[in-house]
Design a protein around this ligand. Structure first.
Ligand code: COA
Length: 173
């Protein structure tokens, strides 16, 4: 008896892949930073600066989407005890689908594995949506830097404390 393939339905779930950004992505990332993060402030995350951080071994720069059509990206810089979330943005047409959450989760994982104690991030004080987003992801306000952005806009500084791994004690025989 033949099986009627037409009756078999497949659910196709499309989950955009997160990948490492490359030097070829620097232009698109810098443009998104200018348009969605630094709007009204000039442009500090230029292509050259983004390219430098992409090649920095102490940073992770990740992206969602093809080179010509990046829809989201994030950059985190890691040091011995703390990490700094430098940039995070999702294209306006693609927000509220969980991409921001996936990017921040991805960037936090290496910090957890490395035993880093806290992650710091600054958000524009005039960006309550970003502040609420970070709060939802476990970041709490720890300060305010007056006129942090180009001497014009305050920054709200937030931090997330990571659980320090508990090492099992070994019994000595
Ligand atoms: C902040 C930012 C990165 C969040 O990205 P995002 O992709 O929209 O984030 P998420 O989709 O994970 O979460 C946003 C909201 O969508 C909701 N959401 C997630 N998946 C969803 C889904 N499938 N359907 C409906 N809502 C959903 C989340 O619950 C969250 O809701 P809340 O705001 O009520 O808490 C994005 O708004 C952005 O790029 N802003 C401009 C740049 C910026 O401010 N960057 C941060 C400072 S550097």
């Amino acid at each position: 008896m033949h099986r009627n393939c037409e009756t078999i339905k497949f659910a196709v779930i499309s989950i955009p892949l997160i990948r490492f950004a490359t030097a070829q992505d620097a232009h698109a990332i810098a443009a998104m930073s200018r348009d969605y993060i630094e709007q009204g402030l000039g442009w500090s995350w230029t292509m050259a600066r983004v390219r430098a951080v992409i090649s920095d071994p102490c940073s992770n720069a990740i992206a969602i989407g093809a080179r010509s059509a990046i829809i989201g990206f994030g950059i985190m810089q890691y040091s011995e005890l703390s990490a700094h979330l430098a940039l995070l943005a999702v294209h306006p047409d693609c927000r509220q689908r969980g991409l921001g959450a996936r990017l921040i989760d991805w960037l936090e994982q290496p910090a957890r594995i490395a035993g880093i104690e806290r992650i710091l991030v600054e958000a524009r004080a005039d960006n309550p949506r970003a502040i609420a987003f970070y709060a939802k992801h476990g970041y709490s306000e720890c300060g305010r830097v007056v006129r942090y952005y180009r001497g014009l806009i305050d920054a709200v500084r937030l931090e997330k404390r990571l659980a320090v791994p508990v090492h099992e004690s070994r019994s000595v025989l």
